[in-house]
Design a protein around this ligand. Structure first.
Ligand code: AP5
Length: 230
């Protein structure tokens, strides 16, 4: 089966996809690639929140201190926000959701939201990564201030010194990528988000992918697990 046919099969069977995993596992990187290939929206709660902070909106001001500390935004705030974000998209062909849900409460909320629009979660891709690798990847991450493209000074550097390959924008470090904040994000992930692995496993929706290795290898693994189970 050609790679194109395989992707078309995924789209027929598994179109509502959640990406789960520790900070820096590559959820955003893989999600954006998959979204382009499958031609379905990529929706990142972290990106959407950072956009609100940049625009200095009321919600941006409310969430800024949580994100800076590496804490989770409270469920009631993020749930209302994400519903408003999802409402803006045409989800009928599917979607890739990165960063939401992050607690069991949020997972139940998402199930109810999807039920109301006659949809459901089809697959949860859990990208795993050892802690040492997480810290290395996050410390090297740089993000384009203008278009949000993600680079890594160690693993995936821009072609021209600290300028975005796509739009020429300035590359910056995320404020929550500082070492102390990353350590806290990992702790919060273990306490609040890791229980979702069992939650989705119990619902027979979990597909684990090893996040180590070069980007293209991880992409292949993601496509393979989705394709194998269709
Ligand atoms: P969010 O933006 O979701 O952060 P995160 O989950 O910590 O995930 P990251 O964006 O750090 O990592 P990623 O897995 O996307 O990795 P990436 O692809 O960039 O959330 C930020 C904050 O917002 C939270 O702390 C919280 O405060 C708040 N928030 C968001 N959602 C919330 C919710 N639902 N509830 C409550 N609060 C919420 O890759 C990382 C780096 O590695 C990059 O530099 C990349 O180039 C590189 N890389 C990727 N793949 C590879 C590879 N295979 N080899 C080498 N390098 C690689």
């Amino acid at each position: 089966v050609s790679s194109y046919e395989a992707l078309q099969r995924i789209l027929k069977m598994k179109k509502n996809i959640i990406l789960l995993g520790p900070p820096g596992a590559g959820k955003g990187t893989q999600g954006q690639l998959l979204s382009k290939k499958l031609n379905i929206p990529f929706i990142s709660s972290g990106d959407a929140l950072r956009e609100e902070i940049n625009q200095k909106s009321a919600i941006g001001e409310k969430v800024d201190s949580f994100i800076k500390k590496g804490a989770l935004v409270p469920d009631y705030v993020i749930e209302e926000f994400i519903a408003a974000v999802l409402n803006k998209y045409d989800l009928s062909r599917g979607f890739i959701l990165d960063g939401f849900p992050r607690t069991i409460h949020q997972a139940d909320f998402l199930n109810n939201y999807l039920k109301d629009i006659n949809a459901k979660v089809d697959a949860v891709i859990y990208i795993s990564l050892p802690e040492e690798e997480i810290v290395k990847r996050i410390s090297g991450r740089r993000v384009c201030k203008q278009c949000g493209a993600v680079y890594n000074i160690y693993f995936n550097p821009p072609k021209h010194d600290m300028k975005c390959d796509r739009c020429g924008g300035e590359l910056v470090q995320r404020p929550d990528d500082k070492k102390e904040v990353v350590e806290h994000r990992i702790k919060v992930y273990k306490q609040e988000t890791k229980p979702l692995i069992d939650y989705y496993n119990n619902h027979h929706l979990l597909y684990e992918v090893q996040g180590q290795g070069i980007l293209q290898d991880v992409t292949e693994r993601v496509e393979k697990v989705l394709n194998d189970r269709t």
